[in-house]
Design a protein around this ligand. Structure first.
Ligand code: 4NP
Length: 156
């Protein structure tokens, strides 16, 4: 099983959206037995909460399931258990590297590393911008590329 972890700050807006969108794409590709998605936040404020209602609304509009999404905080120990750890912005990536310290981790990347034409490193935080549609567009396109990259690297 290839394991992919999406990480943002609160695990209620961006990373649960990415988890659900990516899982949906993996399912459509017939790869649910080969690739698994999860998400977590670097912060602890929303532990146990369901995603933001605007994230849930976008997923519903797109026909993407949101069952099982509950906010949690990432731990240093689990970073070795994932093959791909995909940060939604640069601060998330720096915080993950700090958290990992000298421990081994899976491949740490930014989602938008896979989407150079976006011309940005960060998926903007909609908790502050309110622009969930922009976030969905970046996540949707980024996840297409991420899945293509994983299929190529893992021969899937
Ligand atoms: P997320 O958005 O990182 O995309 O889940 C946020 C959610 C909550 C907070 C910040 C960002 N917060 O400060 O509570």
């Amino acid at each position: 099983m290839i394991r992919v972890l999406f990480v943002c700050l609160g695990n209620i807006c961006r990373s649960p959206m990415a988890e659900a969108v990516f899982r949906h794409k993996v399912g459509k590709a017939g790869l649910s037995e080969a690739i698994e998605a999860d998400s977590a936040g670097t912060g602890d404020w929303h532990i146990g909460q369901r995603p933001h209602r605007a994230t849930l609304e976008i997923l519903r509009q797109q026909g993407i399931g949101s069952e099982g999404l509950t906010a949690r905080q990432v731990t240093a120990e689990e970073l070795a258990e994932f093959d791909y750890i995909v940060a939604l912005d640069g601060k998330n990536l720096r915080d993950l590297k700090k958290l990992a310290g000298d421990r081994p981790t899976g491949r740490l990347t930014l989602l938008l590393d896979f989407l150079p034409e976006a011309g940005a490193d960060d998926v903007p935080d909609p908790y502050y911008t309110g622009n969930f549609a922009e976030v969905y567009d970046l996540i949707n396109r980024g996840c297409d590329r991420l899945l293509a990259e994983i299929r190529e690297r893992e021969n899937l």
